[in-house]
Each structure stands twice: as C-alpha cells, then as structure tokens.
Design a protein around this ligand. Structure first.
Ligand SMILES: [Zn+2]
Ligand SMILES: [Zn+2]
Length: 181
C-alpha cells in the first residue's frame, strides 16, 4: 500500500475509518487474550495516535494503555497495525521484561513483529549489497556507490571498485525494515 497523506481525506472519512480500525484492534485483543492467555490479561485502553510518525506503537505500563500510530496504519494497512498491536500486547503481558529473550519468545508465539517498518514517504526502489561484507543498502535511484565500511577499513576511505555495491533486486516501491517497536 502506498503512503497516503492524512489531509487528502475528509474528517468524516477519517473518523469512520478510525472507529472501524479501533473496533478491529479490540477484537484482535480479545482473540489473542483468549488464545494465548486464557483471557486473563486486563483489557487495555487502545488509542490511535495521530502524531506518531517515528514509532508505530507504544505501551504505557502505568496506565495499561496501548497507542498505535494512525500514520503507520495509513502507510501499511490493518494487517501490519494488528502486528504492532500484538507486539504491544506482549509488553502488556510481560511489563517488566523489556525486549528480553522471554519477550522475544512470546512475540514469536503471538506472531508479532520485533521491528516496525519505517515511515518514509519515499519508497526505495533498489536493493544493493556489498560484495565483500554483504551489508545491504536501499536507494530510490540507480547509483554507483561503494560500501563505506569496507572502503574505510581496507582502502583508507577511498572508493574501491572491489567494494562497489551490486544491485540485487529491483523492488516494487517499498521501504526497508528498521526501528525498534
Ligand atoms: Zn562492505
Ligand atoms: Zn517493544
């Protein structure tokens, strides 16, 4: 799904859609709570945050509130947002664990992502790889670039053809993974 700007939609359209999305979120919570926690988790307040542009979701342990980014939903759609919700439900279930191993194991069970996708308006088109160290890089345009790390390390910081990034994929407009949730 392409990034859509909030402002292109009318207020009512947004309100209706937000209600629907929130409803789906609460249903997802009930489903996950029944399936994995014997319905023992307290129901959190789930809210859609209009301003989150760098984080997809957050859990506030003191108030047991889960906030999810509306812009993330607009960029990536419901399925991805529900993934973020399951991640935050993981924090609700293990509030003192942070991102510990135990927490990560729970995420796997919940089929929840560890990272969110970035919020960029500009989708990347090309995926590149360093032939030496295998590091990946994404760009919007075709470029001639060499791996900075390898050039620094083995060529005194100068461009070296040996380390020229090789294009490995042309992507449909997409963004690379990133960001801790
Ligand atoms: Zn490299
Ligand atoms: Zn987290």
């Amino acid at each position: 799904m392409n990034f859509r700007k909030d402002s292109r939609r009318s207020k009512n359209q947004n309100n209706d859609e937000q209600k629907k999305v929130l409803d789906k979120c609460y249903r997802e919570f009930v489903r996950v709570n029944r399936k994995f926690f014997d319905a023992q988790l307290p129901t959190p307040v789930i809210a859609l945050n209009q301003r989150f542009t760098a984080r997809a979701g957050a859990f506030y342990p003191r108030t047991k509130k889960i906030a999810l980014s509306w812009k993330y939903y607009l960029a990536w759609g419901l399925k991805e947002l529900l993934g973020v919700l399951r991640h935050e439900i993981g924090h609700l279930a293990l509030p003192k664990e942070g991102h510990s191993r135990k927490f990560k194991e729970l995420l796997e069970k919940l089929e929840a992502p560890r990272y969110s996708k970035p919020f960029t308006k500009h989708p990347f088109r090309y995926e590149w790889e360093c032939p030496n160290c295998g590091v990946k890089h994404w760009t919007r345009k075709r470029v001639v670039l060499a791996c900075g790390k390898c050039c620094d390390r083995y060529n005194q910081g100068h461009f070296a053809k040996n380390f020229q990034l090789q294009m490995v994929k042309e992507l449909r407009p997409r963004r690379p993974p990133s960001k801790n949730l």
